[in-house]
Design a protein around this ligand. Structure first.
Ligand SMILES: [Zn+2]
Length: 271
């Protein structure tokens, strides 16, 4: 599943091909996504200029002159910028043809992705309105995390993953951030000190920034968002390394299951 770094990598990859371009044509080959593509969208969007490509959590926002296309890649979606005559493959759902001769194509075999259009401020859209702060944004800081974790009995890893406190920190990145912050994933959230929260916020930001940079190195003019953390996998300290020696202290990495998700930690580096 594409996580925040893959979505941000996708955003950067497509933005330079889209920004400033006018949409010449919208081709909906198969509108059966998580929500059916509005049959009226093509007519509304055609002729509009793309002003910017933004991201909120794992949503990509294509800002147009009179509205916004809200895209989500779901479980298996990917976006590519290709010459407009490129042959269609299975699961190509829709294409935005640009005045540059290129097109943006959405492919999504499992159809959990979505493509919606809104004329209103996208921040007020029902899907985006209640999202927790961005992990790379200014609202996610140690004081905020400390206040949110206080008196919570849930494990800190689950708190990071549940989406109510911070948005877009997936399983890989939560495990890696906890390692960097030297906090065990099963530690009760209410037991985090302000200092722990400072280290954890810094670690979450650092891990995501590294992952985005690693994604960026493999990127040309398209992005395969297949849930593979790309080059970042070589930089992992604990994730899927159970039984292998810790890269810092050589102690074997341990694995445990929390809420049906695998967690990994070093029993010596993390407490
Ligand atoms: Zn260690």
């Amino acid at each position: 599943m594409p996580e925040l770094p893959e979505v941000e990598t996708t955003r950067r990859g497509i933005a330079r091909h889209l920004t400033g371009r006018r949409i010449r044509e919208v081709r909906v080959h198969d509108g059966r996504l998580r929500w059916p593509v509005d049959p009226g969208m093509a007519a509304t969007v055609t002729g509009q200029r793309l002003l910017a490509v933004q991201r909120r959590a794992k949503y990509l926002l294509l800002r147009l002159e009179r509205g916004t296309i809200i895209l989500h890649l779901g479980m298996s979606g990917s976006l590519r910028v290709l010459p407009q005559a490129t042959r269609r493959l299975a699961h190509d759902h829709l294409e935005l043809v640009l005045d540059s001769g290129q097109m943006l194509r959405l492919n999504d075999p499992r159809r959990f992705g979505s493509c919606l259009y809104t004329k209103a401020d996208p921040a007020e859209h029902a899907l985006l309105r209640k999202l927790a702060p961005e992990p790379l944004g200014p609202d996610f800081d140690a004081a905020y995390l400390h206040a949110a974790a206080r008196r919570r009995r849930v494990a800190v890893k689950q708190l990071l993953l549940n989406g109510q406190l911070v948005t877009g920190v997936g399983n890989i990145y939560a495990s890696e951030a906890l390692f960097r912050a030297r906090i065990r994933p099963q530690r009760r959230a209410g037991r985090l000190s302000l200092g722990d929260c400072q280290r954890l916020v810094r670690a979450v930001r650092a891990v995501l920034a590294l992952a985005i940079r690693a994604g960026g190195t493999t990127l040309r003019d398209y992005v395969g968002a297949d849930g593979n953390p790309g080059q970042f996998r070589q930089k992992l300290y604990v994730y899927e390394r159970a039984g292998r020696p810790c890269r810092v202290c050589r102690t074997p990495i341990r694995k445990l299951t929390q809420a049906q998700r695998s967690s990994y930690y070093c029993p010596s580096c993390q407490s």
